[in-house]
Design a protein around this ligand. Structure first.
Ligand SMILES: Cc1cc2nc3c(=O)[nH]c(=O)nc-3n(C[C@H](O)[C@H](O)[C@H](O)COP(=O)(O)O)c2cc1C
Length: 184
């Protein structure tokens, strides 16, 4: 079984990015799964707090899950042409202490995706994550950025993504990422 940890970079209850992540999780190929985790509850990074109290349990638990998984899927909104602050804050915590970066991120296959109400599909947010994961030594999958624009129009009354073209794109994306992991 190929297991991918899925994280949404939005805390919003009805987040489009979380909806996209759930849709991806429901469309995984056989013998693979996305285990959705949350960054909700991760405190703001403060070096003084780290020195005093160490790594919060929620962070060390998530680090272990990522370290033991076959891959990581990061689905984040774009805020002001960058990644959301809560997403970057979570990544920063996950890199502490620095001596653990290799265990958690070293060579880890990572795929990026995002949904926006605007027209550029979170391209700039995803671009802003490239140097971050590169610096962490991760294996960022170059095979497919998943960019979802004007997402508001693609969500039905049940809050689900049912547009056939979008679903075909999602299937292609998750299958490609799983193949990449398996070929790794
Ligand atoms: C502070 C802020 C900045 C934003 N900046 C961008 C942006 O640069 N590009 C973009 O496509 N959407 C931007 N948006 C709109 C988001 O795409 C939209 O709020 C989206 O629904 C957020 O994702 P979520 O539904 O998963 O929470 C911004 C929204 C906020 C609140």
């Amino acid at each position: 079984m190929t297991t991918i940890i899925g994280l949404s970079g939005s805390l919003r209850r009805d987040s489009y990015n979380s909806t996209l992540l759930f849709t991806m999780a429901a469309m995984m190929p056989n013998d693979s799964q996305i285990q959705i985790q949350t960054i909700q509850g991760i405190p703001l990074y403060n070096g003084d707090e780290e020195s005093k109290n160490g790594i919060p349990k929620i962070v060390s638990h998530l680090k272990d899950l990522i370290a033991n998984a076959d891959g990581l899927l990061f689905v984040s909104p774009e805020y002001n042409h960058g990644v959301s602050g809560v997403a970057k804050n979570a990544i920063d915590w996950l890199t502490r202490p620095g001596s653990d970066i290799k265990r958690v991120f070293g060579g880890k296959p990572i795929a990026l995706a995002g949904a926006t109400v605007g027209g550029s599909g979170t391209m700039l947010a995803q671009n802003s994550l490239l140097p971050v994961f590169h610096a962490l030594g991760a294996n960022v999958w170059a095979g497919g950025f998943f960019l979802l624009s004007q997402v508001g129009a693609l969500i039905d009354e049940k809050g689900e993504i049912n547009d056939p073209e979008t679903r075909a794109g999602i299937r292609h994306f998750v299958e490609g990422f799983v193949s990449h992991i398996k070929a790794n």
